[in-house]
Design a protein around this ligand. Sequence first.
Ligand code: NDP
Ligand code: HSE
Length: 422
Amino acid sequence: MIKLDIGLIGLGTVGGGVYSLLKRKKSILRERSGVSLNLVKVCDRDSGRRRALKVSTRQFTRNTKDIFQDVSIDVVIELIGGIHPAKEYIIEALRRGKNVITANKALLAECGTELFRTAAECNRKIFFEASVGGAVPVIKTLRESLIGNRVLSISGIVNGTSNYILTKMSQEGLDFGEALSLAKKMGYAEANPALDIEGIDAAHKLTILAMLAFGGEVRFRDVYRQGINNITASDIAFAREFGYVIKPLAIAKRTDEGIEARVHPTLLPEYHILAKVDGSFNGFLFRSDEAGEQLLYGRGAGSLPTASAVVSDLIDCANKKDSLVLLREKLRVKPIGTLSSRYYLRFSVIDKPGVLSAISGILGRHKVSISDVIQIERREGNFVPLIMITHEAMEDNVMKALGLIDRLRIVGRSPQVLRIGD
Ligand code: NDP
Ligand code: HSE
């Protein structure tokens, strides 16, 4: 029987889930894995968390030193989130000879290279299955199942909160604020939910996935992102009229000119496999040279689904599984302006003759051709919505054209622009 002595820092949504899972499943985990998981110390700055989870005063501390200085502890689980002091805690744990498990995608995306280097110097490991996809074994799939493959692309719904909000708006007619409050209540949202709705969390996750998939360093700041915070109920309804659903997509792709790495709400045809990934669920569609297409689906956020991934890391850690991240080179991320895509454009225009030709004329001069148009009679003040779907066009051209259209007197609010996935 292998014994693993554990220190847990952070007893919030995920940490609370880990605590309760370890308590309820201790004996079954021992039976199944041959590992005895022994939670030595639990730390949180808020003692209210201790009381809520009925952690004994002997096991609880508010001082992380009680964990770092305890030589019996083999592995530290960091579940406080954010960059500081999480980064310093992880480095301290590694330097004191402890392995680390974390769900902190923000930290890994922004400082992963430094942390992995420190772990290698200390001859210790960092496990991070819970950082992407919650319960979905997406890190394991990339590291283990697809090891004989060259991964060509990943398209995923990687942020449960954004997917939950868009699903609630689209299927139950909730407004954005109501849906976000529910996501917070369910424990899906980050402590700062701007990270979710502005696409930052998804970009963090995509950075991690792209590094693993393509074997090189990806700079988080190079990942393009657009949040879901300006998607309106009208966009959802218009997209539906054209046969699309709007999904918060993260896409990483190899191309001859570098990699594409982008996060943005995307119109997907209703029949697309990712269009059916609803609520807080995540979906990951991998394309690889040998395995072809592969879809992973499951709960990407929430207390117990994420705790389930942390526990699987504990077993891997006890079994001394490898967790090395090989970053051979710095990967060049293609600028978003070079993207070739179809677009959904929503204008707010004055309802009078010549408007359509003025707009389509500017688009045409920028090599953006239109495949479908609807103009809705419903007025929004002095304006009516005009929706266009384009053929494939270059992003730079679309943006230049929109800049000029935005200056026309016939146009009200700035145009909405969303990319269409295939
Ligand atoms: P929570 O905010 O619910 O929990 C964090 C806990 O850590 C809180 O109790 C917080 O206290 C405590 N804490 C913060 N700073 C310190 C500190 N310096 N020392 C001791 N305790 C501290 O966050 P989550 O559980 O939701 O998230 C934890 C991590 O897991 C994050 O990195 C997140 O991105 C990641 N994650 C979350 C998922 C989810 O579904 N929620 C899913 C996957 C990953 P206080 O409340 O006072 O701030
Ligand atoms: N806030 C994150 C999400 C948690 O909604 O996906 C899971 O990483």
